[in-house]
Design a protein around this ligand. Structure first.
Ligand SMILES: *[C@@H]1O[C@H](CO)[C@@H](O)[C@H](O)[C@H]1NC(C)=O
Ligand SMILES: *[C@@H]1O[C@H](CO)[C@@H](O)[C@H](O)[C@H]1NC(C)=O
Ligand SMILES: *[C@@H]1O[C@H](CO)[C@@H](O)[C@H](O)[C@H]1NC(C)=O
Ligand SMILES: *[C@@H]1O[C@H](CO)[C@@H](O)[C@H](O)[C@H]1NC(C)=O
Ligand SMILES: *[C@@H]1O[C@H](CO)[C@@H](O)[C@H](O)[C@H]1NC(C)=O
Ligand SMILES: *[C@@H]1O[C@H](CO)[C@@H](O)[C@H](O)[C@H]1NC(C)=O
Length: 762
């Protein structure tokens, strides 16, 4: 009875309604800039008819990116992946394809060869494995004389490479030996982690419906005062055994084995004697279900004792997208494996088995420990010498009681509404010489978020849209020497620079961006990539608080003279470069009162059906963090010259051609007047585009005339700077508004608009 109550309590706590609460500002950090798909400026690679570009190997020694796809492997230039150096096909033999479809698999999708494993060997050749129509096979590959060559060795790939291309797996090549974690059988029901060169050493029944994510090799043996061994870590998620719950709950785990492990002599023959696993904790208040690890990046600075693992997590219910980044010190992981108590299975009630803390005596040497000085003192020189008591213990109880806690006991970043898929982390040296870790996070939506954590404060500098929405990012690779990012998806690969300082347009934009790679160059007057020759006297960077006080003032106070025709609409353009800026409009020094006819849009102010009261002095300013700037001012006046509007109205009513001629003549006269006005930097009413590009010249001097032209044509759905996705809906409503306007303002508006077009072509 008590047990049932406990179960009910647990189920209550885990019910979805209580999963997410307090979606405060900390969980919904908005990317400062949104870079749209066609402005990301990267190199794109896609081969006609080839899909699934999800396996990569960086060969910086050859200056190449080796890319594994479906039935093909490519060698691309690391500097420019659009340059294809070589390609080799690896197709499934028709006999194997037949067998695969006879076993009930989909011939057009499943029964293909998906390249899954690509590692560099010490002899410079590469080891390649593919699913090969549910018959995993491996081969050796070399690159010579501009050609990729497979040796057609047809090695058995079982346990190295998955059968099922949709199943996740992990692998690592260490000193010529392949470590892999995948399923050993066709059904996918026999998960193993194994070392497969020479004699195979594998896991016992220590996984529980796992989803393998990543492996990492930490060569800590050399520096270890305890004479400890190098280790291979495995990150995965699996069904939990430690909770009271009848519903399936998954947890994230980290496991490890020792590199020198040879298995046991009698117990655990040809099995790991050093396999230990622990729960990987990435918890956040309000989230009761464990988050599931999706990818891990290993960042080692100087030596392997200071490595940090950055991991992305998502919620295990698809219904609500919720993602987090947690970071773990290798020291903390090692401490759990070497100091924590173990868990042991106990049968609760009659059939339910739950794992609880084991508080009995531990055999000596400690179960799961690598062969270290302590073992050697006991005359145990290799795992084959380990006593049965130690081995039997680890065979039955490989799970640690303690969980591995994240640095700071909380996520570095939490975000709702988007699912993180992959992560890489680069180290940037700021102007003042400090190092900062820049996280590049791939998402299910096809974007990459670039973010930094400044002493607990999370900043997402950019959201770069790379693939069409809903094309998830499947692989991220970072080249520190090239400062490039390689992003793979099922449809193609993109190469991006890790710093794109040109995307910051003004000094405040550059400084408020808090991008450790970029600073405002006072001499050059632009946002530049920080390099070691730059000095703080000529560069402005303010990462901790985005302090713009050293920026040269932007003069947005000189008003742009603008006219409008009574009854027509005017749009006054003003757009900050940031999604985080708040825009304030004032009319004659007073905050603008919004109404049906005055609306603030994401990129400007729209005045519909303007009357005489709309005239006045308008200013647009923005506030971001503590920085406030006036971007532009307008002197808006109603145009009454020649009474053209009224005249044209008359023309239409009377349909008098003679009068029309007079009107045309007066329009020609007006052209000359307008031309003069234009030369004198004055503006005319009724043409939105002309009104628009003036303030942009004020905001950004470098914004060239040709861009302005393009911009004008594409308005109002394109904008040059931040392209705020969050404002898309609004922007669509502007276009609708414009459509409506051009159809309802009547003939006078129509004529003058056409007339303005002519003017712009002069
Ligand atoms: C990007 O450009 C390509 C070709 O130039 C075009 O087909 C595609 O629609 C554009 N995508 C977006 C989102 O504008
Ligand atoms: C390969 O790519 C195609 C096209 O995007 C996709 O439909 C298919 O699911 C992918 N296959 C695998 C195994 O991911
Ligand atoms: C990259 O290579 C393509 C040709 O494959 C070329 O058109 C392009 O200019 C190159 N880009 C750079 C930056 O070198
Ligand atoms: C372990 O190594 C030591 C020193 O190398 C040696 O004296 C000892 O006999 C070895 N023990 C076993 C069980 O092989
Ligand atoms: C990501 O995509 C999902 C659905 O495809 C959508 O609901 C969500 O708003 C998108 N998130 C962002 C930040 O674009
Ligand atoms: C540093 O940047 C400046 C311009 O911003 C450039 O002139 C100089 O060559 C760069 N130095 C190095 C070492 O890249």
């Amino acid at each position: 009875m008590m047990f049932l109550l406990a179960v009910l309590c647990v189920l209550y706590v885990w019910s979805p309604a209580t999963l997410i609460g307090g979606q405060g500002s900390s969980t919904n950090i908005i990317p400062r800039k949104t870079v749209p798909i066609n402005s990301s400026g990267g190199h794109y690679f896609h081969e006609e008819g080839v899909w699934n570009y999800t396996t990569m190997l960086l060969r910086e020694d050859l200056n190449m990116l080796i890319l594994g796809a479906r039935e093909a492997i490519f060698a691309l230039d690391l500097n420019n992946i659009t340059v294809r150096k070589a390609m080799v096909n690896w197709k499934v033999k028709s006999q194997q394809q037949k067998e695969c479809s006879l076993k009930g698999k989909d011939a057009t999708n499943d029964c293909k060869n998906y390249i899954r494993i690509l590692h560099k060997r010490d002899d410079n050749r590469m080891y390649v494995c593919g699913t090969n129509a549910f018959n995993p096979t491996c081969d050796y590959m070399s690159y010579a004389n501009g050609e990729l060559k497979l040796e057609e060795k047809q090695e058995d790939g079982k346990g190295k490479c998955p059968y099922d291309p949709f199943q996740r797996y992990a692998s690592e090549m260490v000193d010529g030996e392949l470590y892999s974690a995948t399923s050993l059988n066709f059904l996918g029901s026999d998960p193993v982690m194994m070392r497969s060169t020479g004699e195979i050493i594998r896991t016992d029944y220590w996984f529980n419906e796992p989803n393998f994510v990543r492996m990492a090799y930490i060569p800590e043996g050399k520096s270890s005062p305890e004479g400890d061994d190098d280790k291979i870590y495995l990150f995965f998620s699996e069904s939990a055994v430690e909770y009271d719950s009848y519903t399936k709950v998954d947890v994230s785990r980290v496991a490890r084995v020792c590199k020198g492990d040879l298995g046991g002599l009698r117990t655990l023959q040809k099995k790991w004697t050093s396999f230990l696993k622990a729960r990987l904790d990435c918890s956040f208040p309000n989230i009761k279900l464990p988050l599931l690890v999706q990818d891990v990046f290993q960042l080692c600075q100087d030596d392997s004792t200071t490595c940090i693992f950055y991991a992305v997590f998502t919620l295990q219910l698809d219904s609500s997208e919720y993602s987090a980044v947690c970071a773990y010190k290798i020291e903390d992981i090692k401490t759990v494996f070497s100091k924590s108590k173990f868990k042991t299975p106990v049968t609760v009630e009659t059939s339910f088995v739950k794992w609880v803390m084991y508080s009995g005596e531990l055999p000596d040497p400690r179960p799961g420990a690598c062969i270290d000085n302590h073992a050697r003192e006991k005359n145990i020189n290799k795992s084959l010498d380990l006593p049965d008591k130690t081995l039997q213990f680890i065979k039955d109880k490989p799970l640690m009681d303690q969980a591995v806690k994240a640095i700071g006991q909380r996520p570095l970043l939490v975000k709702t509404g988007i699912a993180f898929t992959r992560i890489v982390v680069a180290t940037a040296t700021a102007l003042n010489g400090n190092s900062h870790q820049v996280m590049f996070i791939g998402t299910k939506n096809g974007s990459v978020l670039k973010s930094v954590n400044y002493e607990g404060e999370m900043v997402i500098m950019e959201e770069i849209q790379l693939f069409e929405p809903s094309e998830p990012i499947k692989i991220l690779r970072l080249s520190n020497t090239k400062k490039q990012l390689y992003v793979g998806s099922e449809v193609g690969v993109l190469q991006l620079s890790i710093s794109e300082c040109g995307r910051y347009h003004t000094c405040p934009d550059c400084v408020l961006g808090r991008d450790p790679y970029c600073g405002w160059d006072l001499n050059a007057g632009r946002c530049s990539t920080i390099n070691s020759t730059h000095r703080t006297s000529t560069m402005i960077q303010s990462l901790s608080d985005g302090d713009t006080s050293r920026c040269p003032p932007i003069d947005g106070s000189k008003p742009v003279s603008t006219w409008f025709i009574h009854g027509n609409s005017v749009k006054l353009w003003c757009q900050p470069y940031s999604n985080l800026a708040q825009v304030h409009w004032k009319l004659n020094g007073q905050p603008i009162r919004l109404s049906d006819t005055i609306q603030i849009l994401s990129d400007g102010l729209m005045i519909l059906n303007a009357s005489a009261e709309a005239s006045g002095y308008y200013t647009c300013s923005s506030v971001e963090q503590k920085y406030e700037a006036q971007h532009v001012a307008y002197d808006l006046q109603m145009w009454s010259g020649f009474g053209t509007a009224a005249l044209l109205h008359d023309v239409k009513e009377k349909e008098n051609t003679l009068v029309a001629m007079v009107v045309i003549l007066s329009l020609i006269l007006a052209t000359l007047v307008i031309w003069n006005l234009y030369k004198g930097h004055l503006l005319l009413p009724c043409c939105h585009s002309r009104v628009k590009d003036m303030p942009n010249r004020n905001i950004d001097e470098r914004f060239s005339a040709s861009q302005a032209q393009q911009y004008k044509v594409a308005s109002p759905t394109v904008n040059l700077n931040s392209n705020n996705n969050y404002a898309n809906d609004q922007r669509y409503s502007i276009s609708r508004e414009m459509d409506r306007l051009s159809t309802t303002v009547g003939s006078s508006g129509q004529i003058s608009l056409r007339y303005m077009d002519d003017e712009s072509e002069i």
